[in-house]
Design a protein around this ligand. Structure first.
Ligand code: ATP
Length: 488
């Protein structure tokens, strides 16, 4: 089992090896924003692809979508984000630092959901014994207040038709807004899901722990629509699927667990919610949310039906969402435009939704932490990333032992051949041992060396990352050998 390492070790390896850099570093950096370097983008892409493969490509009941980040402001009115997507914050009277109240109150919890501010206020009236994380002052806070997390922006160049809108704080609403489009343009039928991966933005009060909580991040979300009454069974199904996904990609079982939300933690529309948590090497309690799975009932589709009926108010208010009040539902809401006609039993209903919502950056961090290892080999420290082959940024590195006797040409040809099937890298610089170490740190599962014997019998040395075991394989068997081991 790989060693559970300190976050500092991961941060420094990420920078040193080109996985992740601080954004705008040449100008002193922009807090909470990060850039993925050459190895990092490959890793993150593999995380995304693995999610997409398991959630969309390997199933016949899920389709994909890619929505725009900017959406009609009424989407955020109907979803509740414009009014209630807020954290309850309190300001330290000594140093003016604002903190999330739920972060101050929870003894050994990192956070709770972004909850309804009224509910949060009830839960955390008393800050008298709470400590300011910035200056250490005790119990010296302002009254808690709601702080909306959405980034506002405006669209349009002409003064007269500029419109206030938001950068999306989650990808899910684009899926609900396209529910009818997908139904009308494909052959899907309930039960089915729509999946999306994309950027989301939240003006988080406190950001921390590297890419764990940032203001710009990527989500992988699935909205799975099912008939009311079957929702509990689908909830269990997706809970298991998502848990198994992390295990299948090598996450250590001892560091992964479910945490059911307490009833008073649940959003008012949610019937059930569970977090998949990972034991990260930071925070007071270590266990932190990796992904949330919620039974959202028919809340979102119903809200958008109400939003559609209320659109005129938005025009009349000149685009001021605070003046818009969603119209109440009529008794026939379940036959509205966002309902589904079920030809199995000729019924019409608004489907229930099961939502597994994962963070791409957060799971990338979990995979990095989980894979990191240090060991001593012949008196020297070896750092390595024991990535699952599906996640490894580079699957095989090819080296000529020396830069002569035609070895570079042979190695280059092997690299060009293998590159058609998976990501490879060619390296001829430095001593062979150092080249191995570089690839260990990048998490490359196999290194292939062209040496003197290659010139004689056409075999190469293949070295495996974790065991450092070596085999001689003939060049014509190399591709088959690696594809079997890498499962690609
Ligand atoms: P938190 O309570 O940690 O602020 P949340 O419970 O509100 O987050 P969700 O709205 O359920 O988070 O978002 C689903 C997933 O998106 C989270 O499990 C996480 O993986 C990811 N995510 C949410 N906010 C952030 C963020 N600021 N930075 C990175 N990933 C995030």
């Amino acid at each position: 089992m790989a060693k559970l390492t300190k976050l500092d070790d991961i941060v420094s390896l990420c920078k040193r090896r080109g996985f992740i850099f601080q954004s705008s570093e040449i100008y002193g950096g922009l807090a909470s924003c990060y850039d993925y370097g050459p190895l990092g983008i490959e890793l993150k892409r593999n995380v995304r692809d693995s999610w997409w493969k398991a959630t969309v490509r390997m199933r016949n009941d899920v389709v994909g979508l890619d929505c725009s980040i900017l959406m009609h402001p009424m989407v955020w009115k109907a979803s509740g984000h414009a009014d209630k997507f807020a954290d309850l914050i309190a300001e330290c009277r000594k140093c003016n630092t604002r903190s999330r109240v739920d972060h101050l109150t929870a003894e050994d919890q990192e956070h709770t959901e972004h909850i309804d501010p009224e509910l949060a206020a009830e839960k955390s009236q008393n800050l008298s014994d709470k400590v300011c994380p910035s200056c250490g002052a005790v119990g010296d806070f302002t009254e808690p207040m709601a702080f909306n997390l959405m980034f506002e922006t405006s669209m349009g160049a002409n003064i007269g038709d500029q419109m206030k809108t938001f950068l999306r704080p989650e990808t899910a609403q684009g899926i609900f807004a396209n529910f009818r489009n997908v139904l009308d343009s494909t052959r899907v039928k309930v039960p089915f899901g729509i999946a999306q991966i994309g950027k989301s933005f939240r003006n988080e009060v406190t950001t921390k722990a590297f890419i764990f909580r940032t203001r710009e991040f990527e989500q992988a979300e699935l909205e799975f629509f099912c008939k009311p009454g079957t929702d509990e069974q689908w909830y269990e199904h997706w809970k298991q699927q998502r848990y198994d996904w992390y295990l299948a990609l090598g996450i250590n079982k001892d560091r992964l667990r479910f945490r059911d939300h307490d009833p008073d933690e649940l959003a008012h529309y949610a019937k059930a919610c569970v977090d998949i948590e990972y034991k990260f090497p930071f925070g007071q309690g270590d266990w932190q949310e990796l992904e949330g799975i919620a039974n959202r009932t028919d809340y979102d589709l119903r809200q958008h039906q109400r939003g559609m009926r209320t659109l005129n108010q938005w025009y009349e208010s000149g685009g001021d969402l605070s003046e818009v009040n969603l119209k109440d539902e009529d008794d026939n809401y379940h036959k509205g435009p966002l309902s589904f006609f079920d030809d199995q039993d000729n019924s019409r209903y608004i489907p229930y939704v099961i939502e597994p919502s994962a963070g791409v950056d957060r799971s990338t961090l979990a995979f990095l932490v989980d894979a990191y290892d240090e060991e001593e080999v012949r008196g020297e420290k070896r750092n390595l990333l024991r990535f699952h082959p599906a996640l490894a940024p580079i699957k095989a590195a090819i080296f000529p032992l020396v830069k002569k006797e035609g070895m570079p040409d042979i190695a280059n040809n092997i690299c060009n051949d293998l590159q058609k099937y998976f990501a490879c890298s060619y390296d001829e610089k430095g001593a062979i041992g150092r080249r191995y170490r570089r690839q260990d740190e990048a998490g490359t599962p196999f290194c292939i060396t062209v040496d003197g014997q290659t010139l004689e019998d056409g075999t190469v040395t293949v070295r495996e990352r974790d065991s450092m075991e070596q085999w001689r394989i003939s060049q014509d068997k190399l591709l088959g050998f690696l594809r079997e081991k890498l499962e690609v």
